[in-house]
Design a protein. Structure first.
Length: 110
């Protein structure tokens, strides 16, 4: 029993030392102006994403529960991941949902 607790503690310590992208599922491209391209979240590793994106762009973890965008889409759950109403509306139509303006969004309108 004591060995299992020690092993669990070591695993937690090891996981906390890993970079944030080592434990993620997928990654999205991020333009230099900070816009996360949620339609481009198919990269399975940070390195694969960085190799594919344009010069000056970055890669971020696909935060499916993000509230960082000005528009939210409601399907089976609510995702605030769209930076323009048109992309939100298109996603909602494909997934039988609807869009609304994110009341918690504090950033500039894009």
């Amino acid at each position: 029993m004591k060995i299992e607790k020690n092993l669990a503690g070591l695993l937690i310590c090891f996981a906390s030392w890993l970079p944030q992208y080592a434990l993620a599922d997928t990654f999205c491209s991020k333009s230099p102006d900070g816009k996360i391209h949620t339609d481009d979240c198919s990269y399975t590793s940070y390195d694969a994403c960085k190799q594919s994106v344009k010069n000056g762009w970055d890669c971020v973890i696909d935060r499916k529960d993000s509230t960082d965008a000005p528009y939210c889409v409601v399907t089976w759950s609510t995702k605030c991941i769209h930076y323009d109403y048109e992309s939100c509306r298109e996603y909602a139509e494909k997934n039988i949902g609807f869009c609304y303006k994110n009341p918690d969004y504090k950033g500039p309108e894009k």
